[in-house]
Design a protein around this ligand. Structure first.
Ligand SMILES: [Zn+2]
Ligand SMILES: [Zn+2]
Length: 222
Protein backbone atom coordinates (compact mmCIF):
# COMPACT_ATOMS: atom_id res chain seq x y z
CA UNK A 1 0.00 0.00 0.00
CA UNK A 2 1.09 3.58 -0.61
CA UNK A 3 2.20 5.87 2.19
CA UNK A 4 -0.34 8.04 3.91
CA UNK A 5 -0.22 11.71 4.78
CA UNK A 6 0.81 12.15 8.41
CA UNK A 7 3.10 9.16 8.42
CA UNK A 8 6.41 10.71 9.59
CA UNK A 9 8.51 8.08 7.83
CA UNK A 10 6.69 8.48 4.54
CA UNK A 11 6.93 12.26 4.69
CA UNK A 12 10.66 12.01 5.35
CA UNK A 13 10.94 9.75 2.32
CA UNK A 14 8.90 12.18 0.35
CA UNK A 15 11.08 15.06 1.39
CA UNK A 16 14.25 13.31 0.41
CA UNK A 17 12.60 12.22 -2.84
CA UNK A 18 11.60 15.83 -3.51
CA UNK A 19 15.09 17.03 -2.68
CA UNK A 20 16.50 14.45 -5.05
CA UNK A 21 14.08 15.48 -7.79
CA UNK A 22 15.03 19.06 -7.18
CA UNK A 23 18.74 18.28 -7.53
CA UNK A 24 18.05 16.22 -10.62
CA UNK A 25 16.01 19.10 -11.98
CA UNK A 26 18.81 21.59 -11.51
CA UNK A 27 21.32 19.17 -13.07
CA UNK A 28 19.05 18.78 -16.08
CA UNK A 29 18.62 22.54 -16.30
CA UNK A 30 22.38 22.99 -16.14
CA UNK A 31 22.89 20.34 -18.79
CA UNK A 32 20.41 22.12 -21.02
CA UNK A 33 22.26 25.38 -20.43
CA UNK A 34 25.60 23.75 -21.25
CA UNK A 35 24.13 22.26 -24.42
CA UNK A 36 22.77 25.65 -25.45
CA UNK A 37 26.15 27.28 -24.78
CA UNK A 38 27.89 24.57 -26.75
CA UNK A 39 25.54 25.23 -29.67
CA UNK A 40 26.17 28.97 -29.40
CA UNK A 41 29.91 28.41 -29.41
CA UNK A 42 29.70 26.12 -32.43
CA UNK A 43 27.55 28.70 -34.21
CA UNK A 44 29.97 31.53 -33.39
CA UNK A 45 32.97 29.47 -34.46
CA UNK A 46 31.22 28.64 -37.70
CA UNK A 47 30.20 32.27 -38.29
CA UNK A 48 33.75 33.40 -37.66
CA UNK A 49 35.07 30.83 -40.10
CA UNK A 50 32.51 31.81 -42.73
CA UNK A 51 33.33 35.47 -42.23
CA UNK A 52 36.96 34.66 -42.81
CA UNK A 53 36.05 32.68 -45.93
CA UNK A 54 34.01 35.57 -47.31
CA UNK A 55 36.67 38.13 -46.37
CA UNK A 56 39.48 36.25 -48.00
CA UNK A 57 37.36 35.96 -51.12
CA UNK A 58 37.67 39.64 -51.84
CA UNK A 59 41.17 40.55 -50.83
CA UNK A 60 43.96 42.04 -52.81
CA UNK A 61 44.37 43.01 -56.44
CA UNK A 62 44.79 40.45 -59.19
CA UNK A 63 48.21 39.03 -59.62
CA UNK A 64 49.31 39.25 -56.01
CA UNK A 65 50.50 35.99 -54.51
CA UNK A 66 50.19 34.48 -57.95
CA UNK A 67 53.02 32.01 -57.95
CA UNK A 68 51.84 30.00 -60.93
CA UNK A 69 54.19 29.46 -63.79
CA UNK A 70 52.12 30.23 -66.89
CA UNK A 71 54.25 28.06 -69.13
CA UNK A 72 53.71 24.95 -67.03
CA UNK A 73 50.81 22.50 -67.05
CA UNK A 74 47.32 23.85 -66.36
CA UNK A 75 46.96 24.63 -62.64
CA UNK A 76 43.83 22.50 -62.31
CA UNK A 77 45.79 19.33 -62.95
CA UNK A 78 48.40 20.04 -60.32
CA UNK A 79 48.01 18.62 -56.87
CA UNK A 80 47.30 21.36 -54.37
CA UNK A 81 48.49 21.54 -50.80
CA UNK A 82 46.88 19.45 -48.08
CA UNK A 83 43.71 21.08 -46.84
CA UNK A 84 42.71 20.69 -43.20
CA UNK A 85 39.91 22.06 -41.09
CA UNK A 86 42.24 24.77 -39.81
CA UNK A 87 43.43 26.04 -43.19
CA UNK A 88 40.41 25.31 -45.40
CA UNK A 89 39.15 28.89 -45.09
CA UNK A 90 42.40 30.14 -46.63
CA UNK A 91 42.15 27.84 -49.63
CA UNK A 92 38.45 27.51 -50.31
CA UNK A 93 36.25 30.56 -50.44
CA UNK A 94 32.58 31.17 -51.01
CA UNK A 95 31.66 33.87 -53.50
CA UNK A 96 28.22 34.83 -52.35
CA UNK A 97 27.55 37.14 -55.31
CA UNK A 98 27.75 34.17 -57.69
CA UNK A 99 26.89 31.29 -55.38
CA UNK A 100 30.09 29.39 -56.00
CA UNK A 101 32.75 27.73 -53.88
CA UNK A 102 36.14 28.52 -55.36
CA UNK A 103 39.48 26.82 -54.78
CA UNK A 104 42.03 29.61 -54.69
CA UNK A 105 44.86 27.19 -55.40
CA UNK A 106 43.29 25.73 -58.50
CA UNK A 107 41.57 28.94 -59.57
CA UNK A 108 38.29 27.23 -60.27
CA UNK A 109 34.80 26.94 -58.91
CA UNK A 110 34.21 23.56 -57.29
CA UNK A 111 31.44 21.29 -58.54
CA UNK A 112 31.90 18.58 -55.93
CA UNK A 113 33.89 19.47 -52.81
CA UNK A 114 34.38 15.82 -51.73
CA UNK A 115 35.93 14.89 -55.02
CA UNK A 116 37.99 18.04 -55.28
CA UNK A 117 39.53 17.52 -51.83
CA UNK A 118 40.26 13.89 -52.47
CA UNK A 119 41.58 14.24 -55.97
CA UNK A 120 43.53 17.48 -55.77
CA UNK A 121 44.35 18.02 -52.10
CA UNK A 122 45.08 14.59 -50.73
CA UNK A 123 42.70 15.00 -47.80
CA UNK A 124 42.11 12.04 -45.42
CA UNK A 125 38.50 10.85 -45.09
CA UNK A 126 37.80 12.29 -41.63
CA UNK A 127 39.12 15.77 -42.43
CA UNK A 128 37.29 15.61 -45.74
CA UNK A 129 33.98 15.00 -43.96
CA UNK A 130 34.65 17.84 -41.51
CA UNK A 131 35.54 20.30 -44.26
CA UNK A 132 32.55 19.32 -46.39
CA UNK A 133 30.34 19.70 -43.32
CA UNK A 134 31.83 23.12 -42.62
CA UNK A 135 30.90 24.34 -46.12
CA UNK A 136 27.61 22.48 -46.41
CA UNK A 137 25.54 25.38 -45.11
CA UNK A 138 26.67 27.62 -47.94
CA UNK A 139 24.45 27.52 -50.97
CA UNK A 140 26.59 26.51 -53.92
CA UNK A 141 24.56 26.69 -57.10
CA UNK A 142 24.43 24.10 -59.80
CA UNK A 143 26.98 25.08 -62.51
CA UNK A 144 24.12 25.64 -64.97
CA UNK A 145 22.50 28.14 -62.58
CA UNK A 146 25.59 30.25 -61.97
CA UNK A 147 25.09 33.69 -63.51
CA UNK A 148 28.07 35.23 -65.26
CA UNK A 149 28.92 38.89 -64.83
CA UNK A 150 26.87 40.59 -67.55
CA UNK A 151 29.25 43.45 -68.24
CA UNK A 152 33.03 43.24 -68.57
CA UNK A 153 34.10 43.70 -64.98
CA UNK A 154 37.36 43.56 -63.08
CA UNK A 155 38.91 40.12 -63.28
CA UNK A 156 38.04 37.88 -60.34
CA UNK A 157 41.30 37.28 -58.51
CA UNK A 158 40.26 33.91 -57.14
CA UNK A 159 39.82 32.56 -60.67
CA UNK A 160 43.41 33.29 -61.60
CA UNK A 161 44.95 35.18 -64.47
CA UNK A 162 42.50 35.95 -67.31
CA UNK A 163 42.86 33.92 -70.47
CA UNK A 164 42.99 35.14 -74.03
CA UNK A 165 39.62 34.56 -75.63
CA UNK A 166 37.89 35.14 -78.95
CA UNK A 167 34.55 36.88 -79.07
CA UNK A 168 32.30 36.52 -82.09
CA UNK A 169 31.70 39.84 -83.90
CA UNK A 170 28.17 38.83 -84.86
CA UNK A 171 26.89 37.54 -81.50
CA UNK A 172 27.96 37.22 -77.87
CA UNK A 173 29.69 33.84 -78.23
CA UNK A 174 33.07 33.58 -76.50
CA UNK A 175 35.60 30.76 -76.64
CA UNK A 176 39.31 30.29 -76.03
CA UNK A 177 39.67 27.91 -78.97
CA UNK A 178 40.15 29.15 -82.53
CA UNK A 179 38.82 25.84 -83.80
CA UNK A 180 35.61 26.29 -81.77
CA UNK A 181 35.27 29.80 -83.20
CA UNK A 182 35.71 28.45 -86.71
CA UNK A 183 32.95 25.90 -86.10
CA UNK A 184 30.72 28.53 -84.51
CA UNK A 185 31.06 30.96 -87.45
CA UNK A 186 30.36 28.20 -89.93
CA UNK A 187 27.44 26.59 -88.10
CA UNK A 188 25.69 29.58 -86.52
CA UNK A 189 26.39 32.31 -89.04
CA UNK A 190 27.23 30.39 -92.24
CA UNK A 191 30.42 32.43 -92.51
CA UNK A 192 33.27 31.11 -94.61
CA UNK A 193 36.48 30.58 -92.67
CA UNK A 194 38.91 31.53 -95.40
CA UNK A 195 41.72 34.01 -95.86
CA UNK A 196 41.70 36.80 -93.27
CA UNK A 197 39.26 35.65 -90.60
CA UNK A 198 40.23 38.30 -88.06
CA UNK A 199 37.07 40.32 -88.88
CA UNK A 200 34.92 37.50 -87.56
CA UNK A 201 36.03 37.80 -83.96
CA UNK A 202 37.86 40.06 -81.56
CA UNK A 203 40.51 39.16 -79.03
CA UNK A 204 39.34 39.63 -75.45
CA UNK A 205 40.42 38.79 -71.91
CA UNK A 206 38.18 36.15 -70.38
CA UNK A 207 37.61 34.10 -67.26
CA UNK A 208 35.38 31.13 -66.44
CA UNK A 209 34.15 29.91 -63.07
CA UNK A 210 34.50 26.29 -64.08
CA UNK A 211 37.56 25.04 -65.87
CA UNK A 212 36.80 21.45 -66.80
CA UNK A 213 34.08 18.97 -67.66
CA UNK A 214 32.55 21.04 -70.45
CA UNK A 215 31.26 23.49 -67.83
CA UNK A 216 33.46 26.31 -69.07
CA UNK A 217 31.48 29.45 -69.82
CA UNK A 218 33.71 32.37 -70.57
CA UNK A 219 32.94 35.94 -69.72
CA UNK A 220 34.79 39.08 -70.69
CA UNK A 221 36.89 40.89 -68.12
CA UNK A 222 38.81 44.13 -68.23
ZN1 LIG B 1 41.94 22.95 -55.15
ZN1 LIG C 1 28.42 34.35 -83.25
Amino acid sequence: MGSQVGDPLASEDQQSWKRKRCEEGSITAMQTKIDALRKDLAKLTWEYKMQKICETASQGPLGQNDSRDPSSIPPYRKRGSQVSLSNCADIICYMQAYGVLVCKQHHTAIVNLDKHLLRYHNVPALAQRQIVDCFSRLKALDPAEVKLPDKPAEAIEELGKPLTGLQCTTCVYITISKEQMRMHCKKDHQQAWKGDTSQLYSIVKVQSFFSTGGLQKYFKVR
